[in-house]
Design a protein around this ligand. Structure first.
Ligand SMILES: *Cc1c(COP(=O)(O)O)cnc(C)c1O
Length: 356
């Protein structure tokens, strides 16, 4: 399939604003990639066109039954002037796993990745140059068929939009305060927690609001069955550094398999640190925090890379981790991963893709 280019003429393009102090996900670049699907023609009409509003039938399935999935990755402007993506084929694979779970059509992973690269190169002037800042890439797909029947849509749109984002840590690499909820759950076994389905995030808003109203940044989620085993923190995976073992909850079916999570596991093992993927109970965590056996705790995800956790609140009690400070392992992982992403250090894993 060809990608049709319907670009904004050079002399009509918006001047690129100063890419500083950006609020996450509010500013978008000049163009977007769009591709359509229907049962008869399959994927068709792939094009790069001006960023703008789309029309949808009010009965579009996505608006009623949330048949929608997404991905999130970044393009980094390197210290050598090269643009890099970080393990983007993993995002394409995960998009297809999400599509499969929500009865949506598969995409050609190579084709969509090529389209993303093309789009980024067209809007390359929008990639912030500072270390830590990046161009956030948001591919998403949703059911467009006008039908109030609960069933998989016969037609879909896949769109990719780009948003320049500032460094996540504008005020330093500081730990966050986390609220452990035993009231709400994010995902249950057999549900959609292990894919990036839009509905998961709508369902998580209430718990996040409650946590915020109590003065905490994020929610720590426990398993839906026993409300005992740790699953994730906010929209990040979570790690615990106990004595000399780095632990993260095993992928149970209700945990999102983060690409940053996988990168942290591989990097820590490469450094000779034992890593286990296993069940971690909230009792083990709070006992570890109290005794000092728990040396560090941090979240992992594309947005923050590493997000240190300084305080946990569980059943009305606050527990301090590493005196509420960022630990050396969190810092080392953050420094190493960002150095690879910005081309400052060699990439021994073959994780980066250079554009151009
Ligand atoms: C996207 C996401 C993550 C992190 O995944 P990365 O691939 O590392 O960005 C973790 N948990 C949830 C719930 C997510 O949506």
């Amino acid at each position: 399939m060809e990608i049709e280019l319907r670009l904004v003429p050079e002399n009509k393009r918006r001047p690129v604003p100063e890419l500083k102090n950006l609020i996450f996900g509010r500013l978008f670049t000049e163009h977007m990639f769009v591709m359509e699907y229907d049962c008869n023609r399959g994927w068709h009409s792939a094009r790069i066109e001006p960023y703008g509003a789309i029309t949808l039938d009010p009965a579009a399935i996505v608006l009623h039954y949330a048949q929608t999935i997404f991905e999130g990755l970044k393009a980094y402007f390197g210290v050598d002037g090269k643009i890099r993506l970080f393990r983007p084929w993993e995002n394409m694979r995960r998009l297809n796993r999400s599509a499969e779970r929500l009865c949506m059509p598969k995409i050609d992973e190579d084709f969509v990745l090529e389209a993303i690269k093309k789009l980024i190169l067209i809007d390359r002037a929008w990639i912030p140059r500072e270390k830590g800042a990046a161009l956030y890439i948001r591919p998403f797909m949703f059911g467009t068929e006008p039908s109030l029947g609960v069933k998989p849509s016969h037609s879909y749109l896949l769109i990719v939009i780009l948003s320049p984002v500032s460094a996540y840590y504008q005020e330093g690499f500081n730990p966050v305060k986390i609220y452990v909820t035993d009231e709400f759950v994010r995902a249950a076994p057999g549900g959609t927690g292990e894919v990036k389905a839009g509905g998961n995030y709508a369902a998580s808003l209430k718990a996040a609001e409650v946590a915020k109203s109590k003065g905490y940044t994020q929610v720590l989620w426990l398993d839906a069955v026993e409300r005992r085993y740790v699953e994730e923190v906010g929209t990040m995976n979570i790690f615990f550094y106990f004595e000399d073992e780095l632990v993260t909850p095993a992928l149970s079916g209700s945990i999102l398999p983060g690409i940053t999570r996988d990168s942290v596991i591989k990097l820590a093992r490469h450094w000779g640190l034992p890593v286990s993927e296993r069940r971690v109970s909230i009792e083990e965590v709070i006992e570890g925090a109290a005794s000092g056996r728990l040396k560090e705790c941090f979240g992992t995800g594309t947005a923050a890379v590493i997000s240190p956790v300084g305080v946990l609140c569980y059943q009305g009690q606050e527990y301090l981790i590493n005196r509420g400070e960022t630990g050396p392992l969190a810092r080392r992982l953050f420094d190493e991963l960002t150095a690879i992403q910005y081309g400052e250090k060699e990439d021994p894993f073959g994780w980066t893709v250079v554009l151009g």
